[in-house]
Design a protein around this ligand. Structure first.
Ligand code: NAI
Ligand code: ENO
Length: 316
């Protein structure tokens, strides 16, 4: 078992936790909740029969079904772990099964749109505490999850004004038990910050890999053959799930376009510095960005070595 997670709790935090969507994130929560005894019963719901069968084979949940109403019945905590574009549809579909006092949460990479989609479907007496674990990989599906995914990573909660404080505290306790550092902010602020720290970097990766592949003078073979440099890191990000990322961009449109505007201005300045041989401008920028990377490493949020080995060892 991984050393960095704490021991299992003596008593579970929740009686019955239902996870909807058992991909990378949902299956990692299932593994961590099981390992740490955060729920007496873990229920898995997924629209895909194949995923439900795989969850049963892996034994990472106590019950697994495609029936969302049956799956959420009697749950104390329901976490939507589906692409952000279907959160509203899932909320509407599960509504009749939710019991009063249930807490609904999610893990979506975008927050304002998810709140707008989900909240109208929740009955009186059900609290919604939106969450975003800022932790993941380019892999998806139930086999991609691992027990330590959230350890020493941030989880951002964006409860709308008026959300029951006790519900927020229980969701915070759940993420802290999985090793996350929890921060609370508004959904709008979250979406702006994540646009520049996560969404636009993914767009740049998709773009650069797409452009390189399209270049007539560079064959596909050469792109792969010479990808040992910086390009290789972009190909990892650009391998991320197409459905998930399509939804992220369509549901955080304004913030992403705002940040792309800023980025275009700065790229024009860099192009100008290169054209006019302004080496000091390039050097100053690269010095500042190197300090940012070193700050991330010394804060313990990233290992200096490539991630792949560590994540494989962490799998459980
Ligand atoms: N992949 C990542 O690195 C991170 C993803 N997230 C967020 O987590 C959520 C899930 O992402 P992943 O786990 O990576 O996706 P995934 O693609 O690995 O899993 C999604 C699962 O949802 C199921 N699903 C899709 N539509 C459904 C529906 N209508 N009803 C029930 N199940 C349905 C799929 O069958 C699949 O098993 C997304 O909202 C994403 O923005 C958050 C942090 C990191
Ligand atoms: O794989 C990577 O480098 C990621 O950036 C993972 C990731 C993807 C989406 C999120 O909302 C949070 C984290």
């Amino acid at each position: 078992m991984p050393e960095r997670l704490g021991p299992p709790r003596d008593t579970p935090l929740f009686e019955r936790v239902t996870l909807i969507g058992l991909g990378l994130i949902g299956s990692s929560i299932a593994r961590a909740a099981r390992h740490l005894n955060l729920a007496r019963t873990i229920v898995a719901v997924d629209a895909s029969e194949a995923v439900v069968e795989r969850v049963k084979e892996l034994g990472i949940a106590d019950e697994a079904t495609t029936d969302v109403v049956a799956g959420v019945r009697d749950a104390d905590l329901v976490i939507l772990c589906v692409p952000v574009g279907v959160c509203g549809t899932v909320a509407e579909a599960m509504r009749s099964g939710l019991k009063p006092g249930c807490i609904v949460s999610d893990v979506g990479s975008v927050k304002a749109s998810v709140i707008a989609q989900v909240q109208p479907h929740l009955p009186e007496g059900v609290s919604f505490v939106p969450a975003h674990p800022v932790a993941g990989t380019e892999h998806s599906g139930p086999d991609a999850g691992f027990v330590t995914l959230f350890h020493n990573r941030w989880c951002i909660l964006t409860p709308p004004d008026g959300t029951d404080e006790a519900a927020v505290a229980r969701v915070r306790a759940f993420w802290e038990a999985m090793g996350s550092n929890v921060e609370v902010m508004s959904a709008q602020h979250h979406d702006l910050v994540l646009a520049i720290t996560s969404h636009v970097p993914h767009l740049i990766a998709y773009n650069i890999v797409g452009t390189a592949a399209d270049l007539e003078t560079v064959t596909q073979g050469e792109v792969i053959k010479f990808s040992a440099g910086g390009f290789r890191d972009f190909t990892r990000i650009a391998a991320s799930d197409p459905t998930m990322w399509r939804d992220v961009f369509l549901h955080n449109r304004e913030a992403v376009l705002e940040m792309l505007g800023r980025l275009n201005e700065d790229i024009a300045l860099l192009a100008r510095a290169i054209r006019w041989g302004e080496g000091d401008k390039l050097f100053d920028l690269f010095t500042r960005t190197r300090a940012i990377r070193r700050g991330i490493i010394s804060s313990g949020q990233e290992t200096p070595e490539p991630d792949f080995g560590r994540r494989r060892e962490d799998k459980a």
